[in-house]
Design a protein around this ligand. Structure first.
Ligand code: PEP
Length: 251
């Protein structure tokens, strides 16, 4: 059966000492009774190796926020999937809307990144989601379907089984505007059906589909209660251990 997952996306926040402190706080908060979900923190590249050394990986997963679309070579400033994996990280966020919007990431690039992530035993947390205009004109179903088809449906069923999906409506990211639990359920069910149509019901049933977009302790329980919402990808609220743990404990 699919896993419930709460994953933090720290984005371009925290210096290395601040990041280590935050990771230690989350790690300490997980020392007691096990939560009812897997917990992951996705952190800046510069922090990965150090944070890997201070957390209990049996309780807290570690991931990067991106990786390169090439394995190695003359790509100044890029960080490859093998490099990420060599730090001890086991997850990588791919296709975040900020990467698509500000760094021109296309489905073609993302297919390469997904391939390299899987080749290096990294679990991709693959982000999809519509902008406000597409929500308002009703085209959001086609938009997320196209993002799935173009970014992931080249994979075979076994490979697809290793992917975590994060549905993140762009209009809800960092805006304080959350999708309602019914809006999230509607599109998560559609995403699962789209996966079932391609890979069959068993693969679809086993795929974790996370919600992201201004998720916080006050709305997480309602969102996570929906049958097709398997957890959250958390931005702003992951930058403070107490609020992140408030979301983890919403399960
Ligand atoms: C995100 O960037 O993945 C995100 C969900 O951000 P926030 O929670 O701040 O909306």
């Amino acid at each position: 059966m699919r896993k419930n997952i709460v994953a933090g996306n720290w984005k371009m926040n925290t210096t290395l000492p601040e990041g280590i402190k935050l990771a230690e706080e989350v790690n300490a908060a997980l020392a007691g009774e096990a939560p009812k979900c897997d917990v992951v923190i996705c952190v800046p590249f510069t922090h990965l190796a150090s944070i890997n050394n201070v957390i209990d990986k049996n309780k807290l997963g570690l991931g990067a926020e991106n990786c390169a679309d090439h394995r190695s070579g003359a790509y100044t400033g890029e960080v490859s999937a093998p490099m990420v994996a060599s730090t001890g990280a086991t997850y990588v966020i791919l296709g975040h809307s900020e990467r698509r919007q500000y760094y021109g990431e296309t489905s073609e690039t993302l297919r390469e990144k997904v391939r390299l992530a899987l080749d290096n035993n990294l679990t991709p947390i693959f982000c999809i989601g519509e902008v406000l205009e597409q929500r308002e004109d009703g085209s959001y179903f086609e938009v997320v379907k196209a993002q799935l088809e173009e970014g992931l449906f080249n994979l075979d069923a076994e490979e697809f089984g290793k992917i975590v999906i994060a549905y993140e409506p762009v209009w809800a990211i960092g805006t304080g505007k959350t999708a309602t639990d019914d809006q999230a359920q509607e599109i998560h069910a559609f995403i699962r059906k789209t996966i079932a149509d391609k890979y069959g019901a068993e693969v679809a049933d086993n795929t974790s589909i996370l919600y992201g977009g201004s998720c916080k302790p006050s709305n997480a329980a309602q969102l996570f209660a929906k049958p097709d919402v398997d957890g959250g990808l958390i931005g702003g609220a992951a930058l403070e251990a107490a609020s992140f743990m408030g979301i983890v404990n919403a399960f």
